[in-house]
Design a protein around this ligand. Sequence first.
Ligand code: GLU
Length: 493
Amino acid sequence: MTETRLRFPPSPTGYLHIGGARTALYNWLYAKKTGGKLILRIEDTDAERSTQESIQGILDGMKWLGIDWDEGPYFQTEFESDHEAASKKLLDTGKAYKCFCTKEELDVKREAAQKNKTQYGYDGTCRSLSAEEVAEKEAAGLPFVVRFKVPDQDGEIGYDDKVLGYIKAQYREIEDFVIVRSTGKPLYLLCNVVDDIRDRISHIIRGSDHMTNTIRQVLLYNALDAPVPVFAHMPLTLDTKKAKISKRKHGEIVAVQFYEEKGFIPWALSNFLVLLGWSPGNDTEFFTQDELIEAFSLERINKTNSIFNYQKGNAKFFTDPKAISFNEHYLRTMPIEDIAVMVKPFLEKEDLWDAAYEGDKKEWFLSTLDLTRDRFQMLSDFGDRGRAYFSDEFTVEQKPLKKNVLKHEGLKEWLPMLADRFEALADYNLETTEQTARDLATELDIKPGVIINGMRTVVTGQLAGPSMFDILMAIGQERVVSRLRNVAKLYEV
Ligand code: GLU
């Protein structure tokens, strides 16, 4: 069997969209599954809209997601001579022709069709110009586009879509479409095919919004005497109101970079995205990379549109709550050493990183991450909600401050008392600290909860978290004593 060759050809006109990332993932998975290659090709021929920043963003986004490619990045602009050669070949072989119709002429015909409520399609006026007529018009300097000459025949043209089955159109329904603009620039439809032929692409997995292109591109493959690749069109990703997920409507959550900045684990996002539009045929949700490569198949790509359940959920921002729950899952179950590597940049950003976390304090660091991760959703939470573990400067959240501290005037004295007793402990451990706290509550005739919740708020700034006595161990005797002793400060505002 010949090698499978897939490609991801983004247009660098913006950020890496999560829909684009899903397309890249499907192509990547299929390349891996079949032992084939993934080619990254930047379709940068739209000079006005393509930017270097966008190219960088796409490359960074793919690297962050772990989608590696085997060839490229190639840049479409490097192959302009191929595109021109192909249009010349089509002209020379009579499979395309120069069309001198002006915009105004075409507009009149389009309007007439609209009035008559008939479907507009180019009527082929220039199709039958003689070589002399063409030469005359060219000599007169008239601008022209190049149109593909759709075979003048009855019957249908089609292709076998791996997802949607046989897709066809009547030759008579397809107009002679433009392949080269009047500026001499070949259009996407042609360039894309020429590049795919040159790159020997065997399979094309892309969004179903490209289906109208595909049928015309099949004609181009035939006209260029090239084998038609296997096509698989994936469903679009829509929100619950059936609108396409877009920056204008949904904001920055459409960009892969947003998830990186928020503290997503790349594989959590990938795993979530793959399941938007593909299913394993059972209810397995979490896959390792190898498992997903093994399970992936084009046939199981969904035929119906995928729903991105855009809503607030239990995170601070809107996105699909399922994406958040995937992140929680990986955050809580991945090897802690892997989490540590991913947390590092977030702590660095908050100025909380200590090189000793990779040296002397490594054990403490790993156990602290392990202790706290069960309640966290994002990698960024460690430097945010978890700040009190890494710094003495942290904010005490309003809710626990009011509920667990300010409401109990007595804590102003009780917590410093507890601080003295903790300081005096020769052996500061889980049991001795718990016993000390409970004894104090009994002596003072107050509920242990008042002491424990007050202590949690003062020591961590948070309403909830891991077991209080585990926290006391993680934060350590000295820092706990000092925080408890300074409780009065919290009453000042
Ligand atoms: N540059 C096109 C896009 O980003 C490529 C489409 C394709 O052929 O896959 O939509």
